[in-house]
Design a protein around this ligand. Structure first.
Ligand SMILES: Nc1ncnc2c1ncn2[C@@H]1O[C@H](COP(=O)(O)OP(=O)(O)O)[C@@H](O)[C@H]1O
Ligand SMILES: [Mg+2]
Length: 238
């Protein structure tokens, strides 16, 4: 499955094969005018939840984090459409879909070029009834079996050599049936082989759990939960 590319006056619209996105879909005001904003999230990027209640979508504008982000908020050096963040994430999400991995499904993306730089947005399907692990763990603990299932899900991605550049507690969702999903594949890629990066993904996730636990008044995460996650990972890995 390849991304369908459509040239626009100042950039490109990227579509999944069965979709024909319009440029205005990437404007929050377009959804606002139709009273179709369902919610929003403020992480590094501003993320909007838009569309119909029975087929909600997630609209994310690519923004920079860290120090550079304070200077150049949302523009990136243009070195060709196919090396843009949006094109790469789109293509990766389609590959993950083909592998039937539980990653959010892409709808479309846009890249807008201004001279040497570009800005971009990504539109995805919302995972049904999902909440991210931070939202869940501030409210309640998870059963051992659920921690194992999260570990097994990460192992499944690693079996397919999928590298996640920012595996943290905000980027793991549990849907209405408690099934885990991974989101936010910006800068992710399918690698040639498994390697030390698998352990690095896990270490990053552990740091994220510990960071949230320090930061939040209530966050249900313990050493035993982590051991359960690792057990699920190991049982599925190889
Ligand atoms: N496909 C999705 N389904 C449900 N919720 C989502 C989805 N994508 C993102 N979210 C929610 O929005 C938050 C931010 O989205 P994300 O794509 O991770 O952007 P960022 O981390 O760059 O701010 C996530 O932590 C999650 O709570
Ligand atoms: Mg995220």
């Amino acid at each position: 499955m390849n991304v369908n590319i459509k040239k626009t006056a100042n950039g490109w619209l990227l579509n999944r094969h069965d979709c024909d996105a319009q440029a205005q879909w990437f404007e929050a005001t377009y959804w606002q005018q139709q009273d179709k904003i369902l919610g929003q999230s403020h992480g590094r990027n501003v993320t909007w939840f838009v569309g119909e209640k029975n087929s909600p979508m997630v609209l994310r504008h690519y923004c920079r984090g860290g120090l550079i982000g304070k200077l150049v908020h949302d523009s990136y050096l243009f070195t060709g459409l196919k090396s843009s963040r949006a094109y790469r994430e789109c293509q990766l999400l389609l590959q993950l879909e083909q592998l039937a991995l539980p990653a959010c499904r892409v709808v479309a993306a846009q890249v807008i070029r201004t001279g040497l730089s570009y800005r971009a947005d990504l539109l995805m399907k919302m995972v049904d009834g999902a909440q991210d692990l931070v939202a869940i763990l501030t409210k309640k603990p998870l059963a051992s079996q659920q921690w194992q299932q999260i570990g097994a899900t990460i192992a499944l991605f690693h079996q397919h050599k999928v590298y996640h550049a920012d595996l943290n507690a905000h980027n793991i969702l549990l849907d209405g049936d408690n099934n885990p999903w991974l989101i936010d594949f910006d800068r992710g890629e399918i690698r040639g082989q498994k390697g030390v990066w698998c352990q690095q993904n896990l270490q990053r996730l552990l740091r994220s759990f510990n960071k949230e636990k320090k930061k939040l008044a209530q966050f249900h995460f313990s050493e035993n939960d982590w051991q359960q996650l690792l057990q699920g990972y190991t049982a599925t890995a190889n």
